[in-house]
Design a binder for this molecule. Structure first.
Ligand code: SF4
Ligand code: SF4
Length: 473
């Protein structure tokens, strides 16, 4: 039976509730009066339920679709302004004991070279990332208790936080590792991780079990309940997501929002982020084998409705998506993107990895350098941000959410974005990007409405110009 606050997977992600929500949405998708009411409710910026969200998503009326996008853009602008937070994935190991049929790291794939970075190689990779200008990483590993145990992950996090190279520093390490025990989540918390990220892939149990035929990940309940264990262990910021294309998008979209509602109701704080990856080509993987692949149009609509349904949750898009797809997603709701990413183990320090030795998890569609991404964002009027302040100031979980909901967070995000951009321009950018970035910083400082914050931010920015680093609100 559906129970939002249960800790049992099949109760909070209840199949009957998902199916009946989709049925309700199909029946009402052309009920314009009802849908206009949903949009009216959404204008309070307090989110909408999974049932309302799927109904809005399935509505075929062109005018409603346009109003939905317009509201998503408005919410994006009011909560996140024109700031886009940048990060990079760092692949530590691609050893994996699981058999996920959509991922080239599955244990049966013999064409891919298996690698695990040594601590010395991690230093090389992180120095290369610091030299690009990155301050925020997402660690990625396959699941392999022998080749990649939790102690290795903890040691790697410690190594990363302690690398000080020129003016570089990794200030926030997010972690995307397999579902694990409360005890291990406590260890990750103690190691100072930012967000714990784990994608559900699909919420449909039957389909999940077919896609994960072997290995520990085949246990649907254990995987689906992972965020409950992480939050019970004290990790405040968790990131969820599905791999669109594995199952019907209607099912997974509804499940994703039910998961968010469950975390909010049960732990007083919803997910910190939602990621929206789509299945894409990789070694041994052909997206055409997956009949549920979604079109660009549906993908954009999903992003817009998610923005409306969970206004307080950051949304992430990776370099799987092309430049033009990312451009549209940014307008509709995405607030974080990766840049200059390598999805292979050891790909930053050794870009020359030969094809036959390649160990990448998926093909990146957006292959531009971080500087090209920063320049592109600036050209479009965004402020590229390398901010990591909240986690370092202890603003996590419900403390963070309260600030966000009260609208106060903008007094931190906006100046922090400008200050971290200034660090980037001073230390890493090309002349062209620096010129454009400096102009935007000057203009945006004037847009800070709180005079005390404006004065402080202006002073900090001149201190950065004079060689000092790491200021934050
Ligand atoms: Fe392993 Fe994760 Fe790939 Fe599955 S998705 S094969 S668990 S790396
Ligand atoms: Fe994110 Fe906090 Fe920085 Fe804003 S101030 S960009 S919420 S870390």
């Amino acid at each position: 039976m559906y129970n939002k606050t249960s800790h049992i997977a099949e109760e909070f992600i209840n199949d009957e509730e998902i199916l009946s929500s989709i049925e309700y949405a199909e029946e009402n998708k052309n009920n314009l009066e009802l849908i206009k009411n949903i949009l009216e409710k959404a204008k309070d910026y307090k989110g909408i339920s999974h049932r309302d969200a799927i109904t809005l998503l399935l509505c075929e009326d062109q005018e409603i679709k346009e109003s939905t996008k317009a509201l998503a853009r408005e919410i994006k602008k009011n909560f996140y302004g024109n700031r886009i937070v940048l990060f990079a994935p760092l692949y530590l190991s691609n050893h994996c004991v699981n058999g996920c049929v959509y991922c080239p790291y599955h244990y049966k794939n013999k064409h891919i070279s298996r690698k695990k970075l040594t601590q010395e190689e991690i230093v090389e990779e992180v120095m290369a990332l610091q030299d690009m200008g990155h301050k925020r990483l997402a660690l990625e590993t396959g699941e392999d208790p022998v080749n990649c145990p939790i102690d290795y992950v903890l040691e790697s996090i410690n190594t990363i936080y302690n690398i000080k190279h020129k003016n570089g520093a990794i200030r926030r390490v997010n972690v995307n590792i397999a579902a694990t025990t409360i005890e291990n989540y406590k260890k990750l918390k103690d190691a100072g991780i930012g967000t714990y990220i784990l994608f559900q892939e699909t919420y449909n149990k039957k389909n999940y079990e077919e896609l994960h035929p072997t290995g520990p990940k085949s246990n649907y309940e254990y995987h689906t309940e992972a965020m409950d264990r992480a939050m019970t262990a004290g990790i405040d910021d968790v990131g969820i997501g599905v791999l669109f294309g594995l199952n019907s998008y209607k099912y997974d979209f509804t499940g994703l929002l039910m998961h968010a509602e469950h975390l909010e109701e049960t732990f007083g704080c919803g997910p910190h982020t939602i990621s929206v990856p789509r299945i894409c080509p990789a070694d041994d993987i052909n997206p055409e084998d997956f009949s549920n692949a979604i079109s660009d149009e549906i993908f954009e609509h999903i992003i817009a409705v998610l923005r409306i349904a969970v206004p307080y949750t950051g949304m992430i898009i990776s370099t799987r998506e092309s430049k033009s797809s990312r451009e549209k997603a940014l307008k509709l709701g995405v607030s974080q993107i990766s840049g200059g990413s390598r999805t292979s183990v050891g790909g930053y320090a050794h870009e020359e990895v030969k094809e036959e030795e390649d160990s990448s998890q998926f093909d990146t569609s957006d292959k531009r350098s971080l500087d090209e991404i920063v320049d592109w964002l600036l050209e479009m009027g965004y402020i590229p941000s390398f901010c990591t302040a909240c986690y370092r100031e202890g603003r996590t979980g419900d403390r963070f959410m309260q600030l966000l909901k009260s609208g106060q967070i903008v007094n931190c995000c906006h100046p922090n974005a400008l200050m971290t951009l200034k660090e980037y321009l001073e230390d890493y950018s090309t002349e062209k990007t620096k010129k454009l970035g400096d102009e935007i910083i000057k203009k945006e400082l004037e847009n800070i409405t709180n005079e005390i914050v404006k004065k402080k931010a202006t002073d900090y920015i001149s201190n950065i110009q004079n060689g000092e680093r790491d200021f934050r609100f």
